[in-house]
Design a protein around this ligand. Sequence first.
Ligand SMILES: CC(C)(COP(=O)(O)OP(=O)(O)OC[C@H]1O[C@@H](n2cnc3c(N)ncnc32)[C@H](O)[C@@H]1OP(=O)(O)O)[C@@H](O)C(=O)NCCC(=O)NCCS
Length: 221
Amino acid sequence: MADHIFPTAPSVWLANCVLRPYRASDLEPLCAAAKDPAIARYMRDAFPSPYDRESGLGWLRICHVKGLPPAAEEEEIKPTPPASLGPSPDIKFAICLLDGTFVGGAGLRAMGADGTDRYSREIGYWIGKHFWGRGLATEVAAGLGRWALSSAGRQLTSDGQLLQRIEAGVYADNLASVKVLERAGYVREGVRRQAVVKNGAMHDVVIYGLIASDVENSDDI
Ligand SMILES: CC(C)(COP(=O)(O)OP(=O)(O)OC[C@H]1O[C@@H](n2cnc3c(N)ncnc32)[C@H](O)[C@@H]1OP(=O)(O)O)[C@@H](O)C(=O)NCCC(=O)NCCS
């Protein structure tokens, strides 16, 4: 694999795809894939729908991508995270095939507001519809979870400690994602009944968790 396709760190190399930081050239393929309402349907409302060029630019700005056109309005000032969460508790990756083709996004997000959950992260992922059914999301959920629970995850904690838990909350009718998480080794832990409203309808949210001992005791996916 040519080094220049993925020059920036950190990157997570998997069998069929790579997770790497977003870059300005992702704007077009990001918008093309994300504008399909089938993606937003099972995402939180923070994922825009409809998804236009400004949505993509806004996301790349959140990801601190350099070389973008200036924002039309003053950037929203984000609250400072508690000191116990460290400066960068979240991580956001573009998902690319090994030839560099952009296929989707994945990330880890800090949980809780007061630092008590500081060794846990919530995983999120989406794959452009054109690339569904190839096992990519399963590879990402398994690979990113294991990466985060390994020593690589120390960069996300303010005290350099290992992360202990990766959590996913999936709408109960998102059967593809339920399958992804179960195949990726996440353990079904319970249901937050009628927890979210999406497009005017209430949804149960199924909670899946992956903890350090799950990874130690399992074969690679
Ligand atoms: C969920 C999503 C990430 C899955 O991506 P993917 O790369 O297609 O996932 P995989 O190929 O690894 O596995 C999906 C599996 O679910 C299956 N599946 C798809 N739709 C299904 C359905 N309605 N019912 C049951 N299984 C279904 C697929 O056939 C596949 O299983 P298989 O390999 O045995 O055929 C993708 O559909 C997506 O981006 N959806 C919108 C965003 C989203 O839901 N994100 C997750 C939020 S928790």
